[in-house]
Design a protein around this ligand. Structure first.
Ligand SMILES: Cc1cc2nc3c(=O)[nH]c(=O)nc-3n(C[C@H](O)[C@H](O)[C@H](O)COP(=O)(O)OP(=O)(O)OC[C@H]3O[C@@H](n4cnc5c(N)ncnc54)[C@H](O)[C@@H]3O)c2cc1C
Length: 436
C-alpha cells in the first residue's frame, strides 16, 4: 500500500469524523471478483466518479464504479461541506494565464456545480442538511481590494448574486472582530458531504449502476484495445475507463502522478452549541472561508456544531495534534468558543495541481481522468462529472477546452516536489502573516 492510501482501514471504514458518526444508513457493497465486462468503468466513488456515473446512467449507459474502501471514503465524504462557486484559481488568474476565451468559458460554468448539487438533492430526495449562502472574508485592506475586484470581474460575466459587506455589515453575518469585511455569495451554500455522496450513490444504483467497494485497483492497462482494471479480487474490461481517484490514486497510474500532489487539510467538530449560541455566531447560517493562502473555513452543522477547518500539509501527511492546531485558529475567530469541547477531528487529502486549475484529459485508449480541484472541488467535481459524461456520450465541446488547458508538473519531480512546494507555501504563509 503506498503513502496515499495509508488510511484504508482493513474493513474500509470511514475516517473517525462527525460525518461518519452522523451518516445516513447505506448498504455495504460487495467487492469485485472474477472477471467482469462493462460499457464504462469508473475508479473512485467520490463526487467526480459518482457525478460522472450518475450522468451516464441517466443517459442509459451500463456503468460500474470501483472503490478501494467505501462510497465517499476520500475527500468527498470528509470535506468542509462548502458549496463555493468558482475554481481555486480565480477568473482574474485564468484570464491572465490562458486568455479571454478560456476565462469566458470558465465563467460560464462556475455556478454549474452548485446547480447540479441542488438538482441532485431535489430529484433524488437526498437528506444532507443543505443550507444557502457562503461568505469570503478579508482580514486586511488588501484582501478587501481583492474581493472588490473579484465581484467587479464576476459582474462583467453576468454573475451578479454577490454583495460586498463592510466591517459593520459583516457583523450581521459573522460575530467576530477578526475581519475587515467580506463578500457574500447568495448562490453558495453548504451541506453534509458524506450524506450527499451516499445519496448520489443510491441514485446511481437505483438507475442500474453497480458499485464495487473494498476493491482497490492495483493496476490499469490503458493501452489494451479495451482498458483493463485489476484489483486484488478480480479484473474488469470496459469500452471506456474513467479515473477519478484524485489525491488517493497515488502512483497506480504513473502518467497521472506528476500532474497533481496530495495535500492534507483538517477539520474539527465541536460539541453541539445549542440554538442560541450557534445563532449568535453565524446568525444566517452561511458558511465562511477567508481568502488567505492558508485559510480558515467553517460553518454550522445540521445539529449546530461548529465545523472548523484549515491547515495545509504538502505531501498529504497528517499533523500529530489536529485539535490543538485548529483550536488555536478557531479561538482567534470566535473567542466565545474557548471553552467548548471538541468531539471530532480528522484529516483528508485533496489533489493540488501546480496551476490550481483542475484537469481533465485522456490517456491511452479510451481512458479519461479528472482531478486536481486544489481544495475547491465540491462544485468542480460535479461539473467535471457532467462534462466527462458529455464527452463519453460523444459531445467533446466542453471537454476539449479543459483538455487543452496547459498543465505543468511540480518542480522537483516525485522526490523533491514536496520540499519545493513547502518553500512556496512558507512564502505565501509569510505574506498572509504580514497582511500583504
Ligand atoms: C478535509 C477537506 C476539506 C475540504 N473542504 C472543501 C470544501 O469545503 N469545499 C470544496 O469545494 N472542496 C473541499 N475539499 C475538496 C473536495 O472535497 C475535493 O476536491 C472533492 O471531494 C474531490 O472529489 P473526488 O471524487 O475527485 O476525490 P475523492 O473524494 O478523494 O474520491 C476519490 C476516491 O477514489 C478512491 N480511490 C483512489 N484510488 C483508488 C484505487 N486505486 N482503487 C480504487 N479506488 C480508489 C478513493 O478511495 C476515494 O474514495 C476539501 C478536501 C478535504 C480533504
Amino acid at each position: 500500500m503506498n503513502a496515499h492510501t495509508k488510511h484504508y482501514a482493513g474493513d474500509g471504514s470511514h475516517t473517525d469524523s462527525y460525518y461518519a458518526a452522523s451518516a445516513n444508513p447505506s448498504p455495504e457493497r460487495a467487492a469485485l471478483t472474477g472477471h467482469q465486462d462493462i460499457d464504462v468503468c469508473i475508479v473512485g466513488a467520490g463526487y467526480s466518479g459518482l457525478s460522472t456515473g450518475l450522468h451516464l446512467v441517466e443517459k442509459g449507459y451500463k456503468v460500474a464504479i470501483i472503490e478501494g474502501a467505501r462510497v465517499g471514503w476520500g475527500a468527498s465524504g470528509r470535506n468542509g461541506g462548502q458549496i463555493v462557486n468558482g475554481l481555486n484559481a480565480s477568473l482574474q488568474t485564468i484570464r491572465k494565464r490562458y486568455g479571454q476565451d478560456t476565462a469566458t468559458f470558465v465563467a460560464g460554468l462556475v455556478q454549474e456545480g452548485g446547480e447540479i448539487i441542488r438538482e441532485r438533492i431535489k430529484t433524488y430526495d437526498i437528506n444532507c442538511d443543505l443550507k444557502e449562502k457562503n461568505i469570503f472574508t478579508g482580514l486586511t485592506k488588501a484582501h478587501m481590494k481583492e474581493l472588490e475586484e473579484r465581484q467587479a470581474l464576476w459582474k462583467t460575466y453576468g454573475i451578479d448574486n454577490q454583495e460586498m459587506l463592510d466591517k459593520d455589515q459583516l457583523r450581521a453575518h459573522i460575530n467576530s472582530d477578526l475581519y475587515e469585511g467580506g463578500l457574500i455569495d447568495h448562490s453558495g451554500g453548504h451541506m453534509h458531504p458524506l450524506n450527499l455522496a451516499l445519496g448520489e450513490a443510491a441514485a446511481f444504483e437505483k438507475l442500474g449502476g453497480t458499485i464495487y467497494e473494498m476493491s482497490r485497483v492495483t493496476s490499469v492497462d490503458t493501452d489494451a484495445a479495451k482498458p483493463v482494471v485489476t484489483t486484488d479480487g478480480g479484473t474488469l474490461t470496459c469500452k471506456t475507463l474513467v479515473l477519478c481517484g484524485n489525491a488517493y490514486l497515488g502512483h497506480v497510474v504513473p502518467k497521472l502522478t506528476p500532474r497533481v500532489m496530495p495535500v492534507s487539510t483538517q477539520v474539527m467538530a465541536t460539541e453541539p452549541l445549542g440554538e442560541e449560541l450557534a445563532k449568535s455566531l453565524l446568525p444566517d447560517d452561511a458558511c465562511v472561508e477567508d481568502i488567505r493562502y492558508i485559510l480558515d473555513y467553517y460553518r454550522l452543522s445540521g445539529d449546530k456544531r461548529m465545523l472548523f477547518g484549515g491547515g495545509t500539509v504538502y505531501g498529504g501527511s497528517d499533523p500529530t495534534d489536529i485539535k490543538a492546531k485548529l483550536k488555536a485558529n478557531m479561538d482567534k475567530v470566535f473567542p466565545q468558543l474557548k471553552n467548548v469541547k471538541i468531539d471530532y477531528a480528522w484529516s483528508g487529502n485533496f489533489a493540488l495541481s501546480f496551476s490550481r486549475v483542475p484537469q481533465m484529459g485522456r490517456i491511452g485508449n479510451n481512458t479519461y481522468f479528472a482531478h486536481g480541484y486544489s481544495g475547491h472541488g465540491v462544485t468542480g467535481s460535479h461539473t467535471f462529472g457532467r462534462i466527462l459524461a458529455e464527452a463519453i456520450d460523444g459531445d467533446l465541446t466542453r471537454f476539449d477546452v479543459f483538455e487543452n488547458v496547459p498543465w505543468y508538473p511540480f518542480p522537483g519531480g516525485r522526490m523533491f516536489r514536496v520540499p519545493y512546494s513547502v518553500v512556496g507555501s512558507w512564502w505565501y504563509g509569510l505574506r498572509d502573516k504580514l497582511g500583504v
